[in-house]
Write a protein that binds this ligand. Structure first.
Ligand SMILES: CCCCC/C=C\C/C=C\C=C\CC(=O)SCCNC(=O)CCNC(=O)[C@H](O)C(C)(C)COP(=O)(O)OP(=O)(O)OC[C@H]1O[C@@H](n2cnc3c(N)ncnc32)[C@H](O)[C@@H]1OP(=O)(O)O
Length: 287
């Protein structure tokens, strides 16, 4: 983060927290594929992804999540908990249909919106947590690891499985993973495309706690936010943003090249073939 960005972030934060210490605001849901519910007492917003069956991250869902994050920030919420309306899938990651035989204009818009959603979530000044109430591969894992804290239900899986799909996870996916896991564990898992069970994820630190139900997971996320009760919100947010600034700045600086690399990669005939085979294998499962 350069000096100008830092000053602007500081100004926003001062405006937000300066005069509103004791007020609680109600956030409104902005999207059709998400809902946002705010606990009026705690001021914590629960952002629920609701694109069933698997919360595949298509352009519209990403836009809704992005707009919700902006609204939650703007409405001075005290925390953001990301979760899913499904009882078995947090998010299946990027909707492969967006990348398979794509319309090129939409493909550009899709990737740019993913970049912006990550910048907003990873760099959010509001405390963030994920209540991971289902499987969370690839892009689903990216969203969860972009948050500051993770509580997961047992017997699901989470990880960046891109290499198993013949895809290279972009640098910022890897940076997000490395912000949570020891570097050695992250490198092994990334190269193997490893999906961790909930129990394994807890052991390596990919998630912070397990919970037996979604309600318990949300409660534990709220308890995490309560650990900031005696901290100054401005200092807290600036510390988080400075801690993450290298990763954020890198994508800000390389956004155009990252988009170009994605478009080039996805449009390779061998990648298209691989995506087609993978989609068929997913569909064959349900027959
Ligand atoms: C060096 C330069 C590099 C530049 C960068 C280049 C490239 C980076 C590009 C891409 C990065 C991508 C990251 C991703 O996120 S890719 C997506 C990876 N996701 C997965 O592999 C998950 C696949 N899904 C599953 O494993 C299961 O669905 C899941 C465990 C999540 C749930 O299982 P369940 O049994 O409940 O449900 P299913 O019956 O499998 O699925 C129902 C339905 O949904 C369809 N579907 C599932 N996942 C996806 C998906 N990700 N995209 C699109 N569609 C999906 C599935 O096919 C079923 O459809 P239908 O049969 O009902 O029609």
């Amino acid at each position: 983060m350069n000096r100008a960005m830092m000053m602007s972030a500081a100004k926003n934060l001062l405006t937000r927290y300066g005069s509103t210490k004791n007020n609680i605001y109600r956030c409104m849901s902005t999207g059709k594929l998400t809902t946002v519910d705010v606990n009026e007492k705690s001021g914590v917003a629960v952002l629920t992804m609701n694109r069933l069956p698997v919360n595949g991250l298509n352009l519209e869902l990403l836009r809704d999540i992005r707009n919700d994050i902006d609204e939650i920030e703007g409405n001075k919420c005290r925390g953001l908990i990301l979760t899913s309306a499904s009882s078995s899938v947090f998010s299946a990651g990027l909707d492969i249909m967006e990348m398979y035989k794509p319309n090129q204009d939409r493909l550009k818009e899709f990737w740019t919106t993913l970049q912006d959603t990550w910048l907003a979530l990873y760099g959010s000044s509001v405390p963030t947590a994920a209540a991971i109430n289902g499987h969370s591969p690839a892009g689903g894992c990216l969203l969860a690891t972009s948050c500051e804290y993770r509580v997961m239900l047992p017997k699901f899986t989470i990880g960046l499985n891109e290499t198993k799909l013949g895809i290279v996870a972009p640098k910022w996916f890897m940076a997000t993973f490395c912000n949570v896991l020891p570097r050695r564990v992250a490198e092994m898992a990334l190269t193997q495309g490893k999906m961790f069970s909930s129990e394994e994820a807890l052991k390596v630190g990919l998630v912070d706690e397990l919970a037996q139900s979604k309600e318990e997971a949300i409660e534990k996320c709220q308890q995490f936010f309560a650990t900031f009760a005696k901290t100054n919100p401005f200092a807290r947010a600036m510390t988080k943003q400075q801690f993450r600034s290298k990763d954020l700045q890198q994508l800000e600086d390389e956004k155009a090249q990252d988009l170009e690399a994605f478009l080039f990669f996805v449009n390779q005939p061998s990648v298209q073939k691989g995506l087609g085979i993978y989609l068929d294998s997913l569909k064959a499962k349900t027959k």
